[in-house]
Design a protein around this ligand. Structure first.
Ligand code: COA
Ligand code: AMP
Length: 635
């Protein structure tokens, strides 16, 4: 079937469609109840099926004759290290590590936090949890101890798994120390902490609750246990509009079905191909396309502990493609912009043989047309932007390359992926005309793979996603559809921003800024950044009688955001203003401030309290050279 036909089938006969896709997997018990709804109206896929993700990713591959095939290629430029791990070797490590977890008392439904760098041991830990029905929650290594503590308190893990250190542009990130700090802050304390010791002689493990990762392999071997399809495979925390992150829950059977489908129809790969998602296991892209999808589909996955630039140069991606004969590369536009900045003519690409590469996929943020055009011209291969979220777990918009021959166009995120009935709605829930911008929503039920709930927070789940438009999932993104049916995702409609492909909450940063003793009120916004897509800035109103210079305040605020969220927030600017622009009802006009900074045309809202404040803000932005409009100005 070609795209149109398959897509219609997936929408009009969804149960039949997904039931056929589910039979492509190996279940302990095949599901008969394909789609069900609970009392609260939320949907579940394959409720009575029983399955195990670790089995699908490892045991099944070996049964199918892939035991000697490389499952993981670990490439770490900082250590000049390349390691190939076969499915057989992965089986041995994962089943032993799973036995180690059982030995520590971890059981089905227990949670385990994994705070680790991009090393094979992280994947082993994830797959071992899945093997015994434990629910993992991977926390991105760039988050500061406070963020880890918040997640520890919410997930209440039995065990925290980490490493002695990570490496970031040659700088050591002392994970063990960061975990210690997080545990000092957290109310919940895990029973055990497991550390992978990366260096000889690291003997900082203290006490019986701190276990050496290698010792976990000494407790026998554990089989995969069948779990219900609806069993949570993982919780992945992502930024919402408040300081408290949302714990996105991922089920097992629906997720496995969706990922398997996506590998064939979306990415158009074959088992045995080399799939490289140059992301991080701390993000959803890493969960879905570094770990689970490539392995359950019998591919070789590349685990790259490096960066697009400075490890050691902007040719790093092309080196990896050549060295490992990568067939599909998936990365974020910010990575391409970083390469473009340091190698504008793409001369390093010419030094490598990238003929193995069939397609480049981009996601994590909108790919701006200039970056799209640059990389497409350089690679001379299809470049496909696709839109998804932590919530969806896989692509909602894009080009299903196996069955759709249409070309990707610059700035567009493509067409609805099978299963996603995408609508662009106005504030009242009516579909907007072609070409008009609106809120992107998905008609329920969402297809398999998407979030069935938020971890232990039904109220927030309901309120965040289903409250505004009953019968639809509210994505939080805005965009439009053009006459040819291409969808364009233009940005968030809430206080979430995207910095280097990392999803962050300005609300959370505002809470940190507002807690400074000199600050009366503040607004944090994401303004345009040529490299990172967006970057946060704060505008601050001081308490009367406060004696602090802007420079001192800025330094202190930068330090607090770095300490609480982490360096990845890229929070580098805070400016003092006399007042903030507000509506008469007191709502701060953050969007208008961003439009001024970004040099976009803006209209002064009719509800504004005092329009003069916008001129004052523009003057401050100009003086501080904040925003593309003012960065190059001489005034
Ligand atoms: N652990 C610890 N610190 C981290 C980190 C990690 N895993 N990742 C980033 N950081 C730190 C960086 O070292 C930097 O610290 P600094 O302010 O002390 O220099 C800070 O967080 C900001 O990092 P980043 O936003 O990544 O900017 P950068 O200038 O260091 O690198 C890129 C820019 C484009 C090279 C980098 O962001 C990148 O590779 N992006 C791709 C992102 C991606 O793949 N996202 C996937 C989503 S699908
Ligand atoms: P995350 O949950 O971290 O994957 O971030 C999801 C958010 O990133 C989305 O809500 C979008 O705002 C943005 N995003 C991801 N992919 C795209 C894309 N291809 N085009 C536009 N925005 C994107």
């Amino acid at each position: 079937m070609e795209y149109e036909e398959l897509y219609r089938y997936s929408i009009d006969q969804k149960e039949q469609f997904w039931s056929e896709q589910a039979t492509k997997l190996s279940w302990f018990e095949q599901p008969t109840n394909i789609l069900s709804q609970n009392d609260a109206g939320h949907y579940s896929w394959f409720e009575d099926g029983r399955i195990n993700m670790s089995y699908l990713c490892i045991d099944k591959q070996i049964e199918d004759g892939r035991g000697e095939q490389t499952a993981i290629i670990y490439d770490s430029p900082s250590f000049n290290l390349v390691q190939h791990i076969s499915y057989n070797e992965l089986y041995e490590k994962v089943s032993k590590f799973a036995a180690g977890l059982l030995n520590l008392g971890v059981r089905k439904n227990d949670t385990v936090i994994i705070y680790m760098p991009m090393i094979p041991q992280s994947l082993i830990a994830m797959l071992a949890c899945a093997r015994i029905g434990a629910i993992h929650s991977v926390v991105f290594g760039g988050f500061a101890p406070h963020e880890l503590a918040v997640r520890i308190d919410d997930a209440r893990p039995k065990v925290v798994i980490s490493a002695s250190y990570g490496i970031e542009f040659g700088k050591k990130i002392p994970y063990k120390i960061l975990v210690d700090q997080a545990l000092d802050e957290a109310k919940h304390q895990p029973d055990y902490q497991v550390y992978y010791r990366r260096e000889e002689g690291f003997d900082n493990l203290g006490g019986p609750r701190e276990i050496d990762f290698e010792a976990m392999y000494l407790c026998g071997s554990a089989k995969s246990i069948p779990v219900p399809a609806t069993h949570p495979l993982y919780i992945l925390y992502t930024s919402g509009t408040t300081g408290k992150p949302k714990g996105i829950v991922r089920d097992t059977g629906g997720y496995a079905t969706a990922l398997n489908f996506s590998m064939e129809y979306f990415y158009n790969v074959q088992p045995g191909n080399v799939f490289w998602a140059a992301s991080d296991i701390g993000w959803v892209v890493g969960h879905s396309y570094i770990v689970y999808a490539p392995l359950l589909y019998g591919c070789t996955t590349v685990l790259y502990e490096g960066k697009p630039v400075r490890t050691p140069d902007p040719g790093a991606f092309w080196r990896v493609v050549e060295a490992h004969k990568v067939n599909v590369l998936f990365t974020a536009p910010t990575a391409i912009r970083a390469i473009k900045k340091e190698d504008p003519n793409g001369s390093l690409l010419q030094q490598y043989n990238t003929s193995s590469l069939k397609q480049l996929f981009l996601a994590g943020e909108r790919c701006d047309p200039a970056t799209f055009d640059w990389i497409k011209a350089l690679l001379q291969k299809p470049v496909i932007d696709h839109w998804w979220q932590t919530e969806s777990g896989w692509a909602m918009l894009g080009i299903m390359t196996k069955i759709d021959q249409r070309e990707a166009i610059a700035g567009a995120a493509g067409f609805p992926v099978c299963g996603f009935d995408i609508k662009i709605l106005d504030e009242d829930g009516n579909e907007v005309p072609v070409g008009a911008e609106g809120n992107i929503a998905v008609k329920l039920p969402l297809p398999p793979g998407c979030l069935p709930s938020l971890w232990k927070n039904e109220i927030r789940f309901q309120k965040s996603y289903f409250h505004k438009y009953p019968g639809y999932y509210l994505s939080g993104d805005g965009g439009f559809r053009n006459e040819d049916g291409y969808y364009f995702v233009m940005g968030r409609i809430d206080d979430v921003i995207n910095v280097s492909g990392h999803r962050l909450s300005t609300g959370e940063m505002e809470e940190i800024v507002a807690s400074h003793p000199a600050v009366a009120e503040c607004a944090v916004m994401g303004i345009y950044c040529e490299l990172k897509g967006q970057r946060p800035i704060a505008l601050v109103v001081l308490k009367d009688g406060t004696d602090i210079t802007e420079a001192v305040l800025e330094t202190e605020l930068i330090a607090s955001v770095r300490e609480k969220i982490g360096a990845i927030a890229s929070f580098k600017n805070a400016a003092i203003v006399k007042r903030l622009p507000k509506t008469r009802s007191g709502k701060i006009l953050r969007k208008t401030i961003c439009e001024i900074a970004d040099g976009k045309p803006y209209s002064i809202p009719s509800t504004i309290d005092d329009p003069v404040v916008l001129d004052e803000i523009a003057a401050v932005l100009r003086k501080r050279k904040l925003g593309v409009t003012f960065e190059t100005s001489n005034q």
